[in-house]
Design a protein around this ligand. Structure first.
Ligand code: FES
Length: 978
């Protein structure tokens, strides 16, 4: 049929099937700002304006749009001479764009609001944005962006984001026409009120910097604000096939017969692959450094399934509809096996054996379903407990949660003209994917090229070689390009998640309040496969024993198979589990011994110069040097102080504040947690960077690092620009493509700024040395005293040459050569960032409902290379961590079927549900990091859950040791007799 409507101001007539969604049709028409995030209209990423109202298009059949007026971000017009609409500009310059996958829909939601309400309140903005889920930002900066754009559209002047200069949109596109000139006679210099001035702390970079330490706009912000086709799915190839996955309905079963004949006979089906069709090659899917940690317990397609949602068969067909139809025609006979979902039962004698296949490698104890174990000892913990004046024993449990990136896993594979396999995939680990994929598909590494486009959020979920092998098998089988994307349901049933754990602590404390022994026993549920199980659990031990000094420590970790969907890497990587237990424990000990809980923490916390003993016992690093970690910078006391001031900690002791006479069932409380994370894996994480000078004095910077929306491309470009005396917009950064960019282990372990940034700095220093040599030749002077700044090399006598002149001379004139360098960086250090997390709550004693009113986190991440993106990371992390604390949970029925397979059931927080969030940067200067930087991306995940639990205790006196802190649990704790 032909659907006719007004599309972006023009009459449009589009061919479509009667049952095609408007999302599919618009994307096929080239409007790639319309994103797929789910199939139930709940994430809002596909939303456009239909007759001026924000409308999800995944649910809207195209014929329903007949005669309507449709508007997408492609039509947002900044007006004459301008590239961006004020909304797009505000989103870009306030840092409201992280991965950018939700941005077009957010901008449209804001546009609809501002058209009906030019001066919206914050709650109106939040309500308007509530239809679009954002997993990255915590909505703090999007709300600021809408208010800023509203002011601009009202003709007001907005305060600058960068009072000290640097790359601004005005520098790129000219000043906003809709902003009156403050100095013009017409405006009389009127300034806006109502939009807060965005300011950042002074960053200690040790020397004055021009680009580093400044809130520069993200280098990819403009294209993301415009909804350009930059993601993995935003491409078309002639003859592209569509893949779908048949998944297991059983938690544990043997496939006794599988027959794909009927599916293969369906017209339009090009391939159906089962375990009969692909080679059986054992691997582990976690995207980790070679050799992947054991166990290796997976194959591409198996004759046994180990969880509901496990792989059974994969289909490639001409259309997604045919592919889905084919799934129903695959005949599978299962022999159901007893299933087990809890680790303690899985380890018990007689439990069903989940990995009974003979070819799995490195399974610790098959009969007891133990994938791996970890043991680490410092001192003698039993002696330490015996010597202690007070001993404590507590057990905490944490649930399984999902990364819930708005962009699902998506991959496209195709042969190029040289018969090399191209893999365009949304991955955090392109180099690991290439290496791990090669043996599975029987191609050498040199015949595989992995391209990482922009990523719509990963949070660890894409640190996995999850779908690339199946997509590649289909391209090999058909010779055709294949596109494979998970549905949202498959994200919940067949992707990765965070490990649920049971964490048991025993602690010994002396009379003077010093910790004397800390014993930690973790049972981690790794689901059906081992993948990241071992390393996540070792980080749980690291984070659970590193923050506080104790002469006697022990860690025992048991990583246990069950028939749950497999957990993997998730931002924080084992730390949030540990920190909930540790920071609840510290509070409990302090309360029982009569200590102020903050003082008790600071008394025992590591300080500058302290060794972190447990890193030697549990670190992944390969060299001895890499494991002897000494704290060189620690801003924890300052974080505690500044965070306390921001949350008004003194209210904790104000009896009047703690109750509300108008609502007698409400109690208020405050809680805190101290946090310590790591920065990269010492002696193991490695990054490479390559930099070359172009004719006009600009630079190409190629990095293997993977920006998954965190802003790492911007940060790395800032490091290059600073070192090379260039402006940020003179640096063209590209990440990442295994053919063209140097190796990098990938985006995980809070490593990119520290490790890849170190590589960029080294390469830039080498390029700078070559520039000096050339400039000295041109100026007929020696190297001593040359300086490089503002795109110019200047000699001590004041003569100078521009970078452009240096480039032209080197490339075209004398002693011709390309000024360029490549460098690698690996560090023996893993400097810990520190943080103090505060939460303010209200608890309804009648319903058990906890309402988090405010979250404050003060973070010592060393030098914030870009305070704007760093703050954004913290704000977004806090919102994610709040979901972990109070509402997110993967729930299963007794057969192992997930009960939450949609965003609506799972409850990712919306814009109007997130409390006030404040991120404070506490600068220190870390000598081992580039320009003094440590990490910031993961630490905000660590402290929210214990801070909220501690606040709930403060409010109503009940201690919850099991996440999430649901109203039912709180109510039951408040009413134990009920
Ligand atoms: Fe909103 Fe990533 S920026 S989902």
């Amino acid at each position: 049929m032909n659907a006719q409507f007004m599309l972006n101001g023009q009459p449009a007539s589009i061919e479509c099937a009667p049952d095609e969604s408007l999302m599919t049709v618009l994307r096929r028409a080239g409007l790639r700002s319309v994103k797929h995030g789910c199939e139930s209209g709940e994430c809002g990423a596909c939303s456009i304006l239909v007759d001026g109202r924000l409308t999800p298009t995944c649910l809207l059949l195209t014929p329903q749009a007949q005669g309507r007026t449709l508007e997408t971000v492609e039509a947002l017009d900044g007006g004459p001479g301008r590239s961006l609409h004020p909304l797009q500009q505000a989103f870009a310059e306030t840092g409201a764009i992280q991965c950018g996958y939700c941005t077009p829909a957010m901008e449209l939601a804001a546009k609809a609001l501002l058209e009906r309400e030019p001066r919206p309140t914050e709650s109106q903005v939040r309500e308007a944005l509530a239809g679009v889920l954002c997993r990255c930002t915590g909505y703090v900066k999007p709300v600021e962006a809408v208010q800023r754009a509203a002011a601009v559209l009202r003709g007001e002047i907005v305060p600058p984001i960068q009072p000290d200069g640097g790359l601004t949109l005005d520098a790129v596109f000219g000043p906003l026409r809709s902003s009156p000139d403050p100095d013009s006679p017409e405006t009389g210099g009127t300034t806006l009120t109502g939009v807060r001035t965005i300011t950042f702390p002074t960053v200690d970079t040790r020397t004055r910097t021009d680009v580093v330490g400044r809130p520069e706009m993200k280098v990819d912000a403009v294209k993301l604000a415009k909804g350009k086709p930059v993601f993995a799915d935003d491409m078309d190839l002639p003859g592209m096939l569509h893949a779908t996955l048949l998944t297991s309905p059983h938690a544990h079963a043997r496939i006794t017969r599988i027959d794909a004949a009927k599916a293969k006979a369906l017209p339009g089906v090009r391939a159906v692959l089962t375990h009969h069709d692909v080679p059986r090659v054992i691997y582990a899917s976690g995207g980790q450094t070679w050799p992947n940690p054991k166990p290796w317990d997976q194959v591409s397609l198996d004759n046994k399934v180990r969880h509901v949602g496990d792989r059974v068969a994969v289909v490639a067909a001409d259309t997604p509809e045919i592919a889905r139809e084919a799934l129903a025609l695959i005949e599978v006979d299962y022999e159901p096996l007893p299933a087990v979902f809890e680790p303690r039962w899985a380890m018990a004698p007689g439990a069903p054996v989940i990995h009974d296949e003979p070819d799995a490698v490195g399974v610790h104890d098959r009969a007891r379903n133990i994938a791996a174990t970890i043991h680490a000892n410092i001192g003698d913990v039993e002696r330490g407990l015996a010597e202690a004046d007070h001993t404590f024993e507590r057990t905490y449990t944490v649930q399984q949660v999902q990364q819930a990136a708005i962009e699902p896993h998506i991959c496209a594979t195709y042969w190029d003209e040289d018969e090399r396999l191209i893999v365009r995939t949304s991955t955090q680990v392109p180099f690991h994917v290439r290496r791990m994929l090669a043996p599975l598909i029987g191609l050498p590494v040199k015949r595989i090229r992995v391209i990482k486009p922009r990523i719509g959020g990963g949070f660890g979920g894409k640190q996995e070689m999850l779908i690339e092998d199946l997509c590649a098998h289909l391209t090999i089988a058909t010779g055709r390009p294949v596109r494979f994307e998970y549905t949202r349901e498959q994200e919940f049933t067949s992707a990765r998640s965070r490990h649920p754990m049971e964490v048991k602590y025993r602690a010994g404390v002396m009379k003077d309040g010093t910790l004397h022994a800390l014993d930690m026993h973790v049972i981690s549920n790794t689901g059906a496969y081992g993948t990241h199980g071992l390393t996540v659990c070792s980080v749980t031990g690291l984070r659970g024993l590193a923050t506080y000094k104790s002469p006697h420590q022990r860690f025992v970790g048991e990583i246990v198979y069950t028939n749950r969907p497999t957990p993997g890497a998730f931002r924080g990587y084992g730390a949030p589990q540990a920190e909930f237990a540790l920071e609840s424990l510290m509070e409990e000990i302090a309360q029982e011994l009569g200590w102020d809980a903050v003082e008790f923490r600071l008394k025992n916390a590591v300080r500058v110069g302290d060794p972190i003993a447990v890193t030697a016992a549990l670190g992944e690093g390969t060299s001895e040097e890499s494991q002897a970690q000494i704290v060189q910078t620690c801003g924890l006391p300052q974080c505690v102080e500044q965070g306390a001031a921001a949350i008004h900690w003194d209210r904790k002791y104000d009896a009047a504040w703690r109750v509300d006479p108008a609502r007698p069932h409400i109690r208020r409380g405050l809680g805190m947690a101290a946090c310590m994370h790591g920065t990269a894996i010492p002696g193991l994480d490695m990054g490479g960077a390559s930099i070359k000078l172009n004719d006009d004095g600009s630079f190409n910077v190629l990095v293997g690092a993977t920006d998954l929306g965190t802003g790492s491309d911007t940060v790395l470009a800032q490091i290059a620009a600073e070192t090379l005396g260039a402006a940020l917009n003179d640096v063209i950064i590209y990440s990442s493509d295994t053919d063209f960019t140097p190796f990098d282990t990938g985006a995980y372990a809070s490593s990119t700024t520290f490790i890849s940034g170190g590589a960029v700095k080294k390469a830039a220093e080498q390029v700078r040395a070559q520039i000096f040599e050339r400039a000295a030749l041109m100026l007929r002077t020696d190297l001593a005293g040359l300086t490089l700044k503002d795109r110019r090399v200047t000699a001590p006598d004041g003569r100078s040459v521009t970078l452009e002149a240096v480039a032209l001379d080197s490339l075209h004139t004398q002693d011709q050569r390309q000024i360029m360098a490549t460098a690698s960086h690996v560090s023996p250090h893993s400097p810990p960032p520190f943080g103090a997390q505060y939460a303010e709550v209200e608890v309804d004693t009648e319903t058990g409902q906890v309402t988090v009113m405010k979250l404050v986190m003060a973070v010592d991440c060393g030098t914030a290379i870009n305070p704007l993106t760093t703050q954004g990371q913290i704000e977004g992390g806090l919102a994610q961590a709040l979901g972990y604390a109070v509402c997110e949970e993967m729930v299963f029925d007794e057969a192992g079927r997930s009960l939450a397979t949609r965003f609506g059931d799972y409850r990712v927080l919306q814009a109007d549900e997130v409390p006030a969030i404040e991120a404070i940067l506490v600068p220190t200067y870390e000598p081992s990091g580039p320009f003094g930087a440590k990490a910031a991306a993961e630490i905000p995940m660590d402290g929210v859950a214990p801070a909220v639990a501690n606040a709930v205790f403060d409010a109503v006196g009940v201690r919850l040791r099991d996440l999430p802190l649901t109203p039912e649990k709180i109510w039951r704790a408040l009413h134990p007799q009920a």
